[in-house]
Design a protein around this ligand. Structure first.
Ligand code: COA
Length: 307
């Protein structure tokens, strides 16, 4: 089989999106993606690269590589079902890892099915090791939640720029090299949702939220793509305020559900979410390369799910 792995061409985006949907629908036996998007917005973002496997000029699979500073993420990975078992997924993973390495990312990770030993085996061959569960959790939004926090879409350009740098200072305090400004830019530039900040003049926490069809959230959903509270004595209170602000945002945009992901290794954050009434819809596992905790620490109030 002639197989070439290279960056996805814009002209092949539709086809690649179809392959991704077919692959997950076939694996899961149901279409859980509906009108969410996991490929297009990432294709257009600056901190992500979509690599595609081509046979005879036709895209038969993709893998997305994401750079969050010195943290590199892989996924989603998908291969057209008729092509499964012929080494395409392996080639894509190999190319994805090489890309993360070339970016100089020192903490690499992915999010996969907790109960699939085949998936674990595939990624272990590349030095990713299974660690803690990630709980993808959700709560109903009634519409009466209080609007809290500041939204970056409503800030003037100078204030917005300053706030983005303040958000960056928060992630730097979580992990020196962690940089999610690409996610912030992607949301603001592509109109995928908003960024909510909490705290005084100097924000103590922020959440990058997607909302609606064509984003990673989907219709009727507000989804926390990433959120962090500044570490330290006030972190728990900031986290509570952040969660309220996310609920408020969800209500404001008319979402009926708020979803988010958290590593269960971030125990304090996880147990607060449970206490706040969020329910776990999916428990996935993260795999790390190398096998170290990264920012999955008990005391860190960070939300993400590496999907
Ligand atoms: C997982 C997936 C990308 C593998 O692609 P592929 O081209 O079949 O992979 P390869 O032929 O290179 O096989 C490599 C390994 O992947 C695993 N694998 C293969 N088919 C698989 C399947 N249907 N489900 C799970 N794992 C599978 C096996 O461990 C295999 O190793 P083996 O040959 O020693 O058994 C593909 O099955 C797919 O698109 N599945 C649906 C979407 C998905 O699960 N994506 C990954 C989410 S983290």
């Amino acid at each position: 089989m002639d197989l070439e792995v290279r960056p996805l061409a814009a002209a092949d985006l539709d086809r690649a999106d179809q392959v991704l949907r077919d692959a997950f629908r076939t694996y899961l036996g149901a279409d859980l993606m509906a009108d969410t998007d996991l490929l297009r917005s990432r294709f257009h973002a600056r901190h992500t690269t979509v690599l595609a496997a081509y046979t005879s000029g036709w895209p038969v699979g993709t893998i997305v590589a994401t750079q969050w500073g010195d943290v590199g993420l892989l996924g989603p990975l998908s291969v057209s079902p008729p092509m499964w078992g012929r080494g395409v997924g392996t080639r894509l993973t190999e190319a994805g890892v090489a890309l993360l390495d070339s970016w100089g990312t020192t903490h690499q990770g992915l999010f996969t099915f907790a109960d699939s030993t085949r998936h674990h085996g595939l990624y272990q061959r590349f030095g990713f090791w299974p660690r803690f569960l990630t709980a993808v959790m959700s709560a109903a939004v009634t519409g009466s939640e209080q609007r809290m926090g500041r939204r970056l879409t409503t800030a003037d350009p100078a204030a917005r720029e300053r706030l983005v740098e303040e958000c960056h200072a928060v992630t730097t305090a979580v992990r020196a090299g962690l940089d999610v400004r690409g996610e912030i830019d992607s949301v603001l530039e592509q109109g995928l949702g908003d960024v909510v900040v909490v705290g005084g003049t100097r924000p103590d926490g922020f959440a990058v939220l997607h909302h609606g069809p064509g984003s990673e959230a989907g219709s009727g959903i507000a989804y926390v793509k990433f959120a962090a509270a500044r570490p330290g004595p006030g972190a728990a209170a900031t986290f509570t305020a952040l969660l309220d602000a996310c609920r408020g945002y969800a209500a404001q945009v008319g979402a009926h559900r708020l979803t988010l992901g958290v590593s269960t290794a971030r125990h304090q954050a996880y147990r607060r979410l449970v206490a706040a009434g969020l329910r776990t819809d999916v428990a996935a596992v993260t795999m790390h390369r190398p096998n170290d905790p990264g920012y999955d620490r008990e005391d860190l109030y960070v939300l993400d799910d590496w999907r």
